[in-house]
Design a protein around this ligand. Structure first.
Ligand code: PEP
Ligand code: MG
Length: 325
């Protein structure tokens, strides 16, 4: 199988009916970088910066962060890299950070909330990113944003760092794009305001599904109770793609949903044309889409989504369709 996927590496990522689909990989540590060349991915759609912090014995210095980010950009060789700022708290704990007890850590003081409340940490990280990308393109993304105000505040911090570096004579990135993760359902009701502000958006389906269904993503008892390949989820996701398209802003999905071929199929059917997946999923997802008639999938899924909600899961129908293709 792996050999078969290797033969797909240099094939353009286009559906049978001619729809290009961008496939990028998720990464977070130097060991992930060779996957770029191995998979032929179009870039790194999600670089989880917290991993460097999680494997360290203490807070990595700005210079250590800078050196990692520079290596990542070098390895990408001009392909886009989306650096996500620290997503800690919740299930991602730093042993050396004073941990205070929370009743509901997934809903607690985490990710961008912590970043905005402890701006020293976020600032040092943003500064490392801006300096690592001197003379190149930089993409920064914030995790767990729940309101447009949080995005504005975080973007304001990036702008102040840019001003600071400029004033001190540092070479700046050629271009800086600032985007957000879409992981909190509250954003579904602020999509137009959000798309007015962001340069791009990436759906974090792992957290978005956890919060949509109020089902802990790490709790086996409930994690499989709700099917992501279901009408309510696909309606929400379709709304995001549609509003993104209306605003001319790129939308990607970087949660595990796209890492399974059947998930990617459903997502293409509702309009997604860009994914960031596990490196080991690039081959299987690409094999699926090379064989896919996206127009046909789109007609099937819009038909299924019009059915009464009693048939909420459409997995069986999608699987039958995929087997026929
Ligand atoms: C997600 O929530 O879907 C996501 C990609 O972020 P993480 O898995 O790191 O929480
Ligand atoms: Mg997440």
């Amino acid at each position: 199988r792996q050999l078969q996927y290797l033969s797909l590496r240099d094939k353009p990522s286009v559906t049978k009916d001619g729809q290009p689909v961008t496939l990028m990989i998720n990464a977070g540590l130097p060991v992930d970088l060779p996957h770029l060349a191995e998979t032929g991915a179009a870039g790194i759609g999600l670089f989880r910066t917290e991993l460097q912090f999680m494997v360290a014995a203490q807070f990595p210095r700005t210079s250590e962060q800078l050196s990692l980010y520079r290596n990542v950009l070098d390895a990408a060789g001009g392909r886009p890299v989306v650096f996500r700022t620290l997503d800690i708290g919740g299930d991602k704990v730093l042993p050396y950070m004073r941990n205070y007890e929370e009743e509901n850590p997934a809903l607690g003081w985490r990710a961008i909330r912590l970043g905005l409340d402890r701006p020293g940490l976020l600032r040092s990280q943003v500064r490392a990113m801006l300096r690592a990308a001197a003379g190149r393109e930089l993409r920064i993304m914030f995790p767990m944003v729940a309101t447009v105000q949080e995005f504005d505040d975080a973007k304001g911090l990036v702008e102040r760092e840019l001003t600071h570096l400029r004033r001190h004579g540092h070479r700046l990135p050629e271009r800086v794009e600032v985007g957000t993760m879409m992981e909190v359902p509250s954003l579904l009701f602020q999509l137009d305001e959000l798309f007015d502000r962001v340069d791009f958006l990436s759906v974090g389906s792992n957290d978005l599904l956890q919060f949509m269904f109020a089902a802990d993503r790490g709790n086996a008892r409930v994690a499989n109770r709700f099917d992501p390949l279901s009408v309510p989820v696909l309606r929400a996701l379709r709304l995001i793609v549609e509003r993104g398209r209306a605003h001319g802003k790129p939308v990607t999905l970087c949660g595990e949903l796209a890492s399974k071929p059947i998930g990617a199929l459903a997502l293409i059917a509702i309009g997604f044309r860009s994914f960031s997946v596990l490196p080991s999923s690039v081959g299987p997802v690409k094999a699926m889409l090379l064989d896919l008639d996206a127009g046909k999938a789109e007609r099937l899924v819009s038909g299924l989504m019009g059915l009464p909600l009693g048939t909420a899961s459409i997995r069986a129908k999608l699987t039958a369709f995929a087997e026929d293709e």
